[in-house]
Design a binder for this molecule. Structure first.
Ligand code: CA2
Length: 145
């Protein structure tokens, strides 16, 4: 069974509790449940992790090396700032799909820049919580060839 890490960055633990007009009313727990149920249907083993700490996200990427078949990564605001996360992905040798709930390209200019995009296999954004399912299917298609 292919093994997937779904990794979520800073402030995503607040989903569904604030700014529903931007991020929707789905909580991160709802998203985890949705991903686990999709994984059970499609034959994935899934680990789901959220951290507000850049170093913890880097550690999770390092630990995925040689163990996980893919990572779906919503790096939150670190997307737009973190060379360290970009370097971690580059050295991990695990395919990463970059994921955002909102369409970062339709928002403030500072959100248009992604340090994750150049080292990701692709980017999904703007589809809200459903984006996680799209990302899982995209990763699966890539792994299955
Ligand atoms: O659209 C996305 O998924 C983002 O990664 C979300 C980040 C944002 O900085 C990125 O530009 C795009 C922000 C996550 C914060 O989530 C909150 C949820 C509820 C209340 C406050 C923040």
């Amino acid at each position: 069974m292919p093994s997937l890490l779904i990794l979520n960055g800073p402030n995503l633990n607040l989903l569904g509790t604030r700014q529903p007009e931007v991020y929707g009313s789905t909580t991160l727990q709802d998203i985890e449940d949705m991903c686990r149920s999709h994984a059970a249907k499609t034959g994935w083993t899934v680990d789901f992790l959220q951290s507000n700490h850049e170093g913890a996200l880097i550690d999770a990427i390092h630990q995925a090396r040689g163990v996980k078949d893919g990572i779906i990564f919503n790096a939150g605001a670190y997307t737009h700032t973190s060379v360290a996360l970009m370097d971690a992905i580059s050295s991990a040798e695990v395919p990463v799909v970059e994921l955002h709930l909102s369409n970062i390209h339709a928002r403030e200019a500072f959100r248009h820049k992604s340090f994750i995009a150049p080292v990701a296999v692709g980017q999904i954004c703007g589809f809200g919580a459903h984006g996680y399912i799209l990302a899982m299917d995209a990763m699966r298609a890539r792994i299955d060839g």
